[in-house]
Write a protein that binds this ligand. Structure first.
Ligand SMILES: [Cu+2]
Length: 462
């Protein structure tokens, strides 16, 4: 009896500490083919554990997450935990050839990372080729036990994950686009939680008619239990999908909490300023094939500061870790455009890009500002930019060309929104700041080597 009581007391005494230290949550992701029917088309698609979208990861701030990924499909696979800070766990971040070699057919890989100072909803997705088209799912990060969210507790949480549905194999679509240099075929539908919703041909209940391929809809009905019945749809008035000014005005209203519990650690001073142009250029077409670029003998080529990313065959992080970077990457990514031009005006005569695997190496804890400037070469468009393993603050944005003499005066350094991805506005610029406090991380945009296809990456390896 005495011994039992002692054991119980010891257990109770250590319990709060166990909770503070967080627990370890184990998951197994078996990547397998699964038949799925959407828009009256049945296809075998790569899935995690036969689910589309894939399973939810539910964790708490401070927990360790261990996911064993087993590849049972014919394509290479990696999984990326989008938005997870991955402090000193770069090997678990997931981008193929950047932080790891892809998991080959029949192989497995264990991702092992700790959720640090984050809570909310993120998502995971495959990070090699276009495998992400079907391999994705939500990550729910609850606050530490006993700590509330910084908003009233909701009755229920429902993750909403946006995606796309292709009636044909996305791997074949991207392979063809990479060969011809044209834009890849667009998807047949946008989806919410893997479902195209009621607006598409042959969607729920076999609706047939014209449809709008910029929009996906879902219907949320709430009523006392047993009283739900279908009603006519009430369509909201929405801006057009490419209304950049509307989107910019809306996102400019977003703010950080910037409270004592959730401070906004915005670098007030900048050690290393960068100015990157982001957009499309051209590459001469190989003579043995026809190309679908802007001309018959050119291909589209996405670039930052006119450098188009060449995917290495050795993972950048491994080369850095082994101290064996020769022939893998060079550390001379330009901090500013080597040949400045009127970025949103008339394009220069020569729009050919340079190709390379170039990174910027930064000392630990450097305060960094990156101004991203869209270019109008081959047409202005909005490019999403994402930092792996970092959150950053969006301190300013605007249309046209960035002006370093006047725009910084308007930057919000008090409570700017904190994000891991930001859209560089079509024909405009955006400025972000962050501390480079996460060794071995990489910036990239999910923007094309052709128009919107491969990854374009710029390394940050401290
Ligand atoms: Cu990510």
């Amino acid at each position: 009896m005495g011994a039992h009581r002692l054991a119980l007391l010891v257990f109770l005494a250590t319990l709060p500490q166990l909770l503070l230290a967080g627990t370890t949550r184990y998951y197994t992701f078996n990547v397998t083919m699964q038949k799925v029917t959407r828009l009256c088309t049945t296809r075998a698609i790569p899935t995690v554990n036969g689910k589309f979208p894939g399973p939810k990861i539910v964790t708490r701030e401070g927990d360790r997450v261990v996911v064993k990924v087993v590849n049972n499909v014919k394509h290479n696979v990696t999984i990326h935990w989008h938005g997870v800070r991955q402090l000193r766990t770069g090997w678990s971040d997931g981008p193929a050839y950047i932080t790891q070699c892809p998991i080959q057919t029949g192989q497995s890989y264990v991702y092992n990372f700790t959720i640090t100072a984050q809570r909310g909803t993120l998502f995971w997705h495959a990070h090699v080729s276009w495998m992400r088209a079907t391999l994705y799912g939500p990550i729910i990060i609850l606050p530490k036990s006993g700590v509330p969210f910084p908003f009233p507790k909701p009755y229920k949480d429902v993750p909403v994950v946006f995606g796309e549905w292709f009636n044909t194999d996305p791997e074949a679509i991207i392979a063809q686009a990479l060969q011809t240099g044209g834009g890849p075929n667009v998807s047949e539908a946008y989806t919410i939680n893997g479902l195209p919703g009621p607006l598409y041909n042959c969607s729920t209940k076999g609706r047939v008619g014209t449809y709008d391929n910029t929009t996906v809809a879902a219907i949320l009905e709430y009523a006392p239990a047993g009283h739900i019945k279908s009603r006519p749809l009430l369509w909201p008035t929405l801006p057009v999908f490419n209304d950049t000014a509307f989107a910019a005005n809306y996102s400019a209203k977003l703010r950080s909490l910037a409270s004592p519990d959730y401070p906004a650690r915005v670098p007030a001073r900048v050690d290393r300023p960068f100015f990157f142009t982001v957009g499309l250029g051209t590459t001469p077409c190989p003579t043995y094939q026809g190309c679908n670029g802007p001309t018959n003998d050119t291909m589209f080529s996405a670039s930052m500061n006119n450098v188009s990313f060449n995917m290495p065959t050795t993972a950048l992080l491994k080369a850095h870790y082994d101290g064996n970077t020769a022939g893998v990457y060079t550390s001379d990514f330009p901090a500013t455009p080597t040949e400045p031009f009127n970025y949103t005006g008339t394009p220069p005569n020569n729009t050919n890009v340079a190709n390379g695997t170039k990174v910027v190496v930064l000392p630990y804890n450097t305060s960094v500002e990156v101004v991203l400037q869209d270019t109008s070469i081959q047409g202005a468009e909005s490019h999403p930019l994402h930092l792996h393993g970092f959150d950053f603050f969006v301190v300013g944005q605007g249309g046209g060309n960035y002006d370093p003499s006047s725009h910084p005066a308007g930057f919000n350094l008090l409570d700017p929104v904190q994000r891991n991805t930001v859209g560089v506005p079509a024909g405009g610029w955006v400025a972000i700041r962050f501390f480079a406090d996460n060794p071995g991380k990489v910036i990239h945009t999910p923007l094309g080597k052709t128009a919107q296809t491969d990854e374009l990456e710029m390394g940050l390896l401290d």
